[in-house]
Ligand binder design. Sequence first.
Ligand code: URP
Ligand code: ZN
Ligand code: ZN
Ligand code: ZN
Length: 466
Amino acid sequence: MSLLIKNGRVVTATEDFVGDVLCEGETITAVGQGLTAPDGAEVIDATGKFVFPGFIDPHVHIYLPFMGTYAKDTYDSASRAALVGGTTSLIEMVCPGRDEDPVEAYRFWKSKAEGLSACDFAFHMGVTRFDETTPAALKQIAEDGTASFKVFLAYKGALGVDDDELFQTLKLAKELGVIVTAHCENESLVAQLQAQFLAEGKTGPEWHEPSRPVQVETEGVRHLMTFAELTGAHVYCVHTSCKGAVHAATEARLRGVNVWVETVIPYLVLDDTAAQRSSENGWPDFEGAKYVMSPPIRAVRHQPFLWDALRSRTISTVATDHAPFDFVGQKEMGRGDFTKIPNGIPSVEHRIRLLYTHGVAAGRIDLNTFVDAASTQAAKLFGLYPRKGTIAPGADADLVIYDPAIKEALSVETHLMDTDYDGFEGWQVDGRCDLVTVRGAKMVEAGKFVGQLGHGKFLKRQPTHF
Ligand code: URP
Ligand code: ZN
Ligand code: ZN
Ligand code: ZN
């Protein structure tokens, strides 16, 4: 099984040239100009189109018991949605309850993907409790190839850890050479502000952002930085939404803390007016609940800051934090009390097209930064590089042929994500993922899923952050 892609504009994090890519079996075997097709190879003409490395989404939720309900997708819907959107590898957060056995939870999460996922997958192991049994369990999970952890400084009493647990987790991660990804918000401040607003009768989705303002997130990042500095652990701030939080991480980096910063596509393209959609403002009742996620979507002035931080590579990655809940029956659980709206926005299918449209086509970032932020950096930080994240001989044949000339509108009518709404309904995007391969197998053709469920493999990763 060989595939020769000819005359495409091949873009990696550092290169940009018109040329050819040869895939044999599961692997890229040659990259260059004027390559000849081996006997029996299929030749695809990519003239006028981009050839990108398969994109990696390093922050998704697929199986997620959360806020009294469950996220909507399975690996059936989520991996097909990821692939038509150009994402060939997912890294999912394992989020066990405090009372669950970590190894059993890890196996359970993994079993949801194995044999079903069409794209490749890996996990960040959520540490939601730390006691004397935890080190052995986490060591076993790391040795299985899950070489990154996740902690929540928010959601106390559910997924969140206290400061003793945070310190112990970071110490252990440093010993094991495992990077710790972290949700940074000060939970006590959130609880106080939520109670205050509810007591004042402020119950709608528009009060979600004011209940978790930028100071709450900035304090969360500073808090993590102190712990990272004292333990020497390598840390990664997930879903960073605002200037204060990015600055807190950057200041720590300047004093030697090993920290990297992620943002997510909703923060780059949406602003706080989305959650303010209410009947008073001419929208259908409770529409704003569709845009409730944590940290919240911020005032529009944060967008240019985030784009600049991406362009300067101060922000390393653009993920989604895909956390899909239906409007009917799920988001609606928070009618009359915004603190009960399940947090999350479905976006795994749209990340690349939105980032291309609002980033590259709008002139905010260049093509190399686009590939770096959406693929290469995630591969490097999470132990997948150079197998994933680039186009080079020896790398997995995960490729995206992107046709920038096709313009389409996003819609719940056509998306593959398993939710009853699309947060980007009617938005026009520039480009379509024409062909997508995972380890040489065609998963998408002419923008449609043509692959096989179960093709995806678990990506074993080695610790790299000593
Ligand atoms: O609102 C969000 N972000 N939902 C998913 C859970 C998390 O905090 O990442
Ligand atoms: Zn989070
Ligand atoms: Zn603090
Ligand atoms: Zn998340």
